[in-house]
Design a binder for this molecule. Structure first.
Ligand SMILES: Nc1ncnc2c1ncn2[C@@H]1O[C@H](COP(=O)(O)OP(=O)(O)O[C@H]2O[C@H](CO)[C@@H](O)[C@H](O)[C@H]2O)[C@@H](O)[C@H]1O
Length: 533
């Protein structure tokens, strides 16, 4: 039986993630400078779950630009039923056109240059509640979450995401607004970072916030002159606030004001405290790490990624059904107009950005083709990379196929059909593509960095190279050819990759523990405020 503390006292097991015994540790007593009364215990099952507002700019159910969409679809669900998690996100056209009723439940006034908006409520088939910030002039547009059809970022992204962040803070501040009292706010990436600041600046109610970095390279940096328009007080413009090299940084707001910062692998959590990976924020991240306020919590994947049940595959297959897997390979060859071949099929499923090292893959293509391998790519992103990939396909007609596009079904078919997935990322906070590839029996060939180092065991469930150089990458691609010929070992590694499931069921446990600690800390904090008054 799991117990929780009630009557506004210290809880060590608010969600069942901690131990069964309620304790008030010596360190708690010392930290808070007074004795803490032992809480009265009530079985957790009898208490309603605590309320978490999960703020994001993508959710795979409706709109996805990359891995954030997957995490936003999976993590809130994995946290249920321990927590009542509701998602808050912008009312993009994709949501409005999803054919689901959206019921308007609140109105928020204009503030500064942030327009008035409404909050709509949408319920997914499995009961997940999504609160939608309805503001047609900001979000009802053709394009993706962040930019137009060509991928050019919207000029008013500061207003668009400040409006989202302020809506989150207003919901936190006023429990009557949605008739739902937020206990904890979980923010994701730069576009939501200001919410941690607004909660502080509005100042009516403190709730702890978790701020998760999915990618430190995107920071949301805007001219300082925009601060009044966004309702950010000038007093926040300092090194411990939103200031970043004389500009306003949304990312810094999240890093500075959140109660706890997480990122999506342990290795990346360490890397970002160094100049090589910290994108200029390593000092602040190091400070947060020293405070015990930065953790790496590895992503997982959920049941929607399973080659035995995936409707996009023909046929579906499981471990040891290599005949079924090969049928998917032939299908991918046909999809991309490749010649029949008995060599290995390499694949890329990626956003086409500098981070992902596509330049190296373009250089390696000739080696792959010369050795009798083939390569397929699906991706969308920077125009220059797209063009270079198209040119590569034109050089190796029938051996290399490129689809410039974003297509979930096709991505899954490629994971299922390929023998190896290429991921020479310069940095990789966690990476989900390699996890999906592993589950679908495609061995990742990846740079030993970030979450790739945490999720791939070289020679067991994938291949890693150490140096971010063409030579190092090429040597590992050649190892893949050797491995492909060493059938027994190859199949053994495939089995290991498919079986080694990093499921959200496990990945969620440290999140629960973290929420639990922050909620307990917030309780002590509000007790102290009451004590002072
Ligand atoms: N052309 C295409 N068509 C269809 N689907 C495509 C596609 N290109 C990519 N995808 C899909 O987009 C997702 C990519 O997720 P990743 O986590 O691998 O990288 P991303 O850089 O987007 O995520 C960031 O956030 C996540 C989440 O925390 C971190 O894992 C990661 O390291 C970080 O860079 C996968 O679901 C993949 O299948």
């Amino acid at each position: 039986m799991t117990y929780v503390a009630v009557q506004g006292r210290r809880s060590s097991t608010a969600d069942g993630a901690g131990s069964d015994t309620p304790t008030v540790s010596e360190s708690d007593r010392r930290r808070h400078g007074r004795a803490v009364t032992l809480p009265r215990l009530v079985p957790a099952a009898r208490l309603p779950p605590r309320h978490v507002l999960f703020v994001t700019t993508e959710i795979a159910d409706f709109i996805k630009a990359g891995g954030l969409g997957d995490v936003s679809a999976a993590l809130p669900r994995a946290l249920t039923p321990n927590y009542d998690v509701r998602v808050l996100m912008p009312g993009y056209r994709q949501l409005l056109n999803a054919g689901r009723p959206i019921v308007t439940i609140a109105r928020l006034p204009a503030r500064h240059e942030l327009p008035a908006c409404e909050i709509g409520r949408l319920v997914c088939d499995d009961g997940l509640v999504v609160y939608v910030v309805l503001c047609a002039e900001l979000y009802d547009r053709v394009g993706n979450a962040y930019g137009d059809e060509l991928g050019v970022g919207w000029a008013d992204n500061d207003i668009r995401f400040a409006r989202l962040a302020l809506a989150a803070a207003e919901i936190v501040n006023d429990p009557a607004l949605l008739e739902w009292r937020v206990d904890l706010m979980h923010l994701n990436d730069w576009a939501t970072g200001l919410a941690a600041g607004y909660v502080r600046w509005l100042g009516r109610r403190y709730v702890p916030s978790v701020y998760t970095i999915h990618n430190l390279a995107y920071q949301g940096v805007f001219p300082v002159e925009r601060m009044p328009a966004l309702g950010i007080p000038s007093s926040a413009f300092h090194i411990d606030g939103v200031e970043f090299h004389g500009q306003l940084s949304f990312m810094k707001a999240g890093l500075s004001y959140a109660a706890h910062v997480t990122t999506v692998s342990n290795n990346y959590a360490e890397e970002i405290t160094t100049p090589a990976f910290g994108c200029g924020l390593e000092g602040l991240l190091k400070k947060r790490a020293l405070e015990g306020r930065l953790s790496g919590l590895l992503n997982g994947i959920d049941d929607r990624w399973d080659p035995r049940t995936d409707p996009h595959l023909a046929p579906k297959f499981g471990i040891n059904d290599w005949h079924g897997k090969r049928a998917n390979t032939q299908r991918v060859r046909r999809m991309f107009g490749l010649a029949p071949s008995s060599g290995p099929l390499f694949a890329v499923v990626s956003r086409l950005v500098q981070q992902k090292g596509l330049d190296l893959t373009i250089e390696i293509a000739e080696t792959i083709v010369r050795r009798g391998g083939q390569l397929v790519v699906i991706g969308r992103g920077e125009f220059v990379i797209e063009q270079a990939l198209v040119a590569m396909a034109a050089r190796f007609v029938g051996q290399v196929g490129v689809n410039i596009g974003f297509d979930e079904g096709e991505a899954r078919q490629i994971y299922a059909g390929s023998d190896f997935l290429l991921m020479p990322s310069r940095f990789e906070p966690c990476g989900l593509s390699q996890l999906y590839a592993q589950r679908f029996g495609s061995l990742p060939v990846a740079h030993r960095t970030g979450g790739l180092a945490d999720t791939i065991q070289d020679g067991i469930n994938g291949l890693l190279f150490d140096e971010m150089s063409l030579e190092s990458y090429r040597a590992t691609v050649l190892r893949a050819f050797d491995l492909f010929r060493a059938t027994d070992l190859f199949y053994a590694m495939r089995r290991a990759a498919m079986a080694g499931r990093l499921h959200w069921r496990q990945a969620v446990i440290p999140y629960r523990r973290l929420y639990s600690e922050l909620l307990a800390e917030a309780t002590v904090r509000s007790d102290e405020a009451v004590g002072r008054s």
